[in-house]
Design a protein around this ligand. Structure first.
Ligand SMILES: Nc1ncnc2c1ncn2[C@@H]1O[C@H](COP(=O)(O)OP(=O)(O)O)[C@@H](O)[C@H]1O
Ligand SMILES: N[C@@H](CCOP(=O)(O)O)C(=O)O
Length: 289
């Protein structure tokens, strides 16, 4: 039996639309056993068929390896909610690729895995930290991802998870196609300072560098609770962003008491479910039985 363990991720991190993401210490497990037919358990009925993203990612990897698609029993054990901006789709993609690699003992290297995953997901910002852990920044060069791992100071994360989904493809449709030059200049400055503050643990600069022009101004309209949470985070000097395409919002801090305070307020005043976790220091991994 092959078991793949895959972390949730928070993409964009405010200033890094489609190019920055971090792995969260919140794990899903995907179990694969040989079977005479394809069986999928542990997920809603509508996903228990061959269109399942895990199965499709396994198939794509078979094609890459020029191997015949086997049949298996896939059991999914995940409490990472769908379409909340916590990278549930990336967990499926990375799990399918890693399982196929393990099944055929193909020993793909992590960059090959990232290339296949980016091809399926369309952008590297979730799949890269899902594979490598920590925070990862990336860009595309002639269709191929290039990336750097960013070691992070000891930040803790608070995920504030509204009870409504936002489908990533839909949330991409609300984005503009052009950007003012002055906004591009502002974005570069904030992004550079964000990365340095993330590494060295400068919480004040991290909070101030959370100003985005690429997606948050457009997507916040899809999240009715954004403004009040954003305002409170600014008052508390807390770095905060829309996780992926939402609806989750993520705040991070070196100081757990600040996150506890925010969590209490968000749960009691807004009835939004919260969960705290560190940044995951490692990415997806496989074990065998
Ligand atoms: N546990 C799961 N089982 C089956 N499919 C899943 C699971 N988790 C995620 N998915 C797939 O990922 C899709 C959600 O992707 P997306 O809208 O990008 O949201 P997210 O922000 O959670 O990645 C689902 O529609 C489904 O196809
Ligand atoms: N850069 C993407 C990230 C989507 O992340 P998800 O977790 O919401 O799937 C985007 O912002 O569209």
């Amino acid at each position: 039996m092959i078991r793949v363990h895959v972390p949730a991720t928070s993409a964009n991190c405010c200033i890094g639309f489609d190019s920055l993401g971090m792995a969260l210490d919140w794990w899903a497990t995907f179990q694969f056993e040989p079977s005479d037919e394809l069986i999928i358990t542990g997920c809603p009925k509508e996903y228990a068929n061959e269109d399942n993203l895990v199965v499709q990612s396994f198939l794509k990897t078979c094609q890459h390896l020029k191997k015949e698609m086997p049949t298996f029993h896939l059991h999914i054990d995940s409490d990472i909610p769908f379409s909340r901006g916590l990278g549930s789709s990336s967990t499926c993609v990375v799990a399918g690729i890693l399982a196929c690699d393990a099944w055929f003992q193909a020993h793909l290297n992590k960059m090959e895995i990232l290339e296949i995953a980016t091809d399926i997901e369309g952008h590297p910002d979730n799949v890269a930290p899902c594979i490598f852990g920590k925070a990862v920044c990336s860009f595309m060069e002639e269709g191929k991802p290039r990336m750097m791992i960013i070691p992070c100071a000891d930040y803790k994360c608070l995920a504030m998870i509204p009870d409504y989904p936002i489908v990533t493809n839909e949330a991409r449709k609300v984005l503009p196609s052009t950007l003012e030059y002055k906004d591009a200049v502002s974005q570069v400055g904030h992004a550079l300072c964000f990365l340095q503050a993330l590494q060295v643990g400068n919480e004040m600069i991290l909070a101030k560098s959370c100003v985005d022009h690429l997606h948050e101004p457009y997507r916040k309209k899809l999240i009715p609770d954004y403004d009040s949470i954003h305002e409170q985070c600014q008052e508390m000097d807390l770095a905060m962003w829309i996780s992926g395409s939402g609806s989750t919002m993520l705040a991070i801090s070196l100081d757990p008491t600040k996150l506890n305070q925010l969590q209490k307020d968000v749960e009691t005043k807004l009835s939004i479910q919260c969960r705290q976790m560190p940044i995951a220091s490692k990415g997806a991994w496989v074990d065998y039985e």
